[in-house]
Design a protein around this ligand. Structure first.
Ligand code: SAM
Length: 248
């Protein structure tokens, strides 16, 4: 009798483990399909906004990164069901994870090369940093809200993006000890292009930054610095971002 109870006990335990494992596999499969659908939605949005972008498609490598990075691992549990909708989602502290279409075009506009060093200002959830880590060797990301920075570092670690360097601080001043950068992406709106970031951009480098006011028009701006340090800016398209905060 004791032996039968023992066998039944282990039968139940193994059954529960198998059930949990298979539901995890099914969920991951659903997320994978949702990510692939998201890539198609982004492609359509790019076609619709091609006049603004001055291009009708994005680099396949960027689209592959969107199709690979598990956005559901970068949002709070209550937002997971919406992780693959093409819209920003709340990540707490009054902040958001950006709309995937915006993440895709900002990444594409950087024209990232494998050997690049890229700085991100506004780590938020860590999602954009993970996308960048799929494309370049060195990613540095600064977040002003300590709790978000810590959560993002955890998100990046659990998803295997261990090479992303993160820290808490005011990204307006960049990351001087790690400069210069081939690319800089700012994910909060600034009233002007921060001079320290311009200084930390390499000759030949590109910066993508939303510029405008919190309650006024905001535009995504592409800043390029040529080999002779001449700076040019190009307004890409109207956007809506949370403000770049700090005491600068
Ligand atoms: N890139 C993020 C992601 O993938 O989840 C989304 C960024 S969210 C739209 C903007 C982030 O910028 C917020 O987390 C906010 O706290 C941060 N931020 C605002 N001002 C900042 C500053 N001066 N320095 C660094 N981070 C800042």
């Amino acid at each position: 009798m004791k032996k039968i109870k023992h066998i039944v006990f282990w039968f139940i335990v193994i059954g529960i483990i198998l059930l949990l494992f298979s539901s995890h596999v099914i969920a991951e499969d659903v997320f994978l399909r949702q990510r692939q659908e998201l890539v198609n939605v982004i492609k359509d949005d790019v076609t619709m906004t091609s006049d603004f972008l001055d291009q009708g498609s994005l680099d396949e490598r960027v689209l592959n990164a969107i199709g690979k990075v598990p956005r559901h691992e970068f949002v709070p549990d209550d937002q997971r069901p919406y992780a693959y909708e093409n819209r920003p989602l709340s990540i707490g502290y009054g902040q958001t994870i950006s709309q995937p279409y915006i993440v895709a075009i900002m990444t594409d506009l950087l024209k990232p090369k494998k050997t690049d060093r890229v700085l991100e200002v506004g780590t938020g959830s860590g999602y954009q940093a993970a996308i960048l880590a799929e494309l370049v060797d060195s990613v540095y990301s600064i977040e002003i809200v300590k709790e978000l920075g810590e959560q993002a570092a955890e998100n990046l670690k659990k998803t295997g993006y261990n090479t992303v360097h993160t820290r808490t601080g005011d990204g307006y001043y960049g990351w001087e000890t790690e400069a210069p950068f081939d690319g800089i992406v700012v994910t909060a709106v600034a009233s002007h292009i921060p001079p320290p970031l311009l200084k930390q951009l390499k000759p030949g480098g590109r910066m993508i930054i939303p510029v405008g006011g919190q309650f006024m028009m905001q535009y995504l701006v592409l800043v390029t610095k040529d080999a002779d340090n001449n700076v040019t800016t190009r307004q890409i398209l109207p956007v809506r971002f949370v403000p770049l905060t700090g005491k600068h």
